[in-house]
Design a protein around this ligand. Structure first.
Ligand code: PMP
Length: 436
């Protein structure tokens, strides 16, 4: 497709620019770790869709489960009614999640999950007579989706500045220091503690009894795979506990085996009060998200409502969609049957070695990684982001689908990726970097 093709003028793509409109990169087919473009050329997927598809594209088990579900029950309303798959899926997730996080609410995508978690936090405090707890604390360089509350608690400057005021009463902790295009998260032995103490500073400023929740991605994904320094998440947990603030982990990217553990909460040994999940919950096959809530939080809201009242004044038409539940149940079965989280853990050291190996290139100024998430920071070429964008374009021509944020190239390979395919990814990036 080219700009003279009348078919391409009507779709408004997500964060595109003129270059994309003139020469859109179109992905037409997928199977396993590969895509094909409209000319039938094969591309290697180095980012599992968009962190969505760790079990590989085109899984027959999911397709068949979706098809069976469509034949049996295509849709039923989630208000005052339920479908068997939603109950079953919530039960299965409760078994996988850290102990105590065993009440599950469904949504259509990560942004909706974030909104839902923030609203649960407000409601929990209100029913306990603490309606003044309305503030949220997020992080600079956090990403929590594009809906109003999500971009408000998020800290990506461009996402925020493009839309104005957002949700009131939101503060952002420092997340990382950036110097000369280089991220340095909490330097030194106590760096993580120092960063987390920003939460305490906000409590000192606004009063603990005004803050409903603190939301963080355990590993910040969209802003460049920023791994928490030693002691950071533990310290946030301790401060939240001390002051009755709910801690929310946004595991939309790092949940479902990406860290080599079921959830990043397991990897770092810190359990939040609520967790958001999406993307890999259905292997990316059907839009779906979930929030897990500590049992007593939901019970408190339920008890306060009384026998005939409505419990939670919030829900989506597609909360617990039967087809999404069927896709998620089939996906979780694949994760178990193929021991895919174990495969992720086994592949991670080799992956991290290859990420670190990119440092021998003069254009590479830093690398980071955890589990099967990795980032390669490139020296900027004039305008920040210009080089990163050029790399994404050239990689596509070279047969490699990457994710780029600013001048950082992100890898999040599928759990079924072979070592040879890892080599292909990194050799591919090397070849592309040589051309710029
Ligand atoms: N939270 C995090 C941590 C994310 O990475 C994303 C999406 N990349 C979202 C929320 C928003 O999810 P969605 O795009 O499905 O609304």
């Amino acid at each position: 497709a080219r700009s003279n093709d009348p078919l391409i003028h009507h779709w408004m793509p997500f964060t595109a620019n003129k270059q994309f409109h003139e020469a859109p990169r179109i992905i037409a087919r997928a199977e396993g770790v590969h895509y094909w473009n409209t000319s039938g050329e094969k591309l290697l997927d180095a980012v599992s869709g968009l962190y969505t598809t760790p079990a590989g594209h085109g899984r027959r088990e999911i397709r068949e489960a979706v098809s069976r579900q469509l034949e049996e029950l295509d849709y039923a309303p989630p208000f005052q009614y339920g479908v068997p798959g939603a109950f079953r899926l919530a039960h299965e997730l409760a078994q996988m999640l850290p102990a105590g996080l065993n009440r599950v609410f469904f949504a259509g995508g990560g942004s909706e999950a974030v909104e839902s978690a923030l609203k649960v936090a407000i409601q929990y405090h209100r029913v306990r007579g603490q309606g003044q707890r309305q503030r949220f604390v997020g992080r600079a360089r956090g990403y929590h989706g594009v809906n109003f509350a999500g971009w408000s608690v998020g800290g990506m400057v461009k996402n925020r500045d493009a839309f104005g005021l957002g949700l009131p009463g939101v503060s952002h902790m420092r997340h990382t220091h950036i110097e000369a295009n280089r991220f340095t998260m909490g330097q030194g032995e106590h760096g993580g503690i120092d960063l987390a103490d920003d939460l305490q500073r906000m409590i000192d400023l606004y009063g603990a009894d005004t803050i409903a929740a603190c939301i963080v991605e355990p590993i910040a994904g969209s802003t460049g795979i920023l791994v928490p320094p030693q002691g950071y998440l533990e310290r946030l947990r301790a401060i939240c506990d001390k002051h009755g603030i709910l801690l929310i982990f946004d595991e939309v990217i790092c949940g479902f085996g990406r860290t080599g553990h079921a959830f990043a909460a397991d990897a770092f040994g810190v359990t939040p009060d609520m967790m958001t999940m999406a993307k890999a919950i259905t292997n990316g096959n059907i839009p779906m998200a979930a929030i897990a809530v500590r049992e007593d939080i939901q019970q408190t809201i339920l008890d306060a409502a009384g026998p005939d009242a409505i419990e939670f004044f919030h829900g989506y038409t597609y909360s617990g969609h039967p087809v999404a539940c069927a896709a998620a149940l089939a996906t979780l079965k694949i994760y178990r049957d193929d021991d895919l989280f174990g495969r992720a853990a086994a592949l991670a050291p080799k992956f991290l070695e290859r990420i670190a190996g990119m440092r021998d290139l003069s254009m590479v100024i830093d690398t980071r990684g955890y589990g099967l998430l990795g980032a390669v920071d490139l020296a900027a070429d004039g305008t920040p982001g210009k080089r990163g964008f050029a790399i994404l374009r050239k990689a596509f021509e070279h047969g490699l689908v990457l994710r780029v944020t600013g001048d950082t190239v992100i890898f999040s390979p599928m759990f079924i990726t072979t070592e040879d395919q890892l080599d292909e990814m990194f050799d591919g990036l090397r070849a592309v970097l040589k051309t710029v």
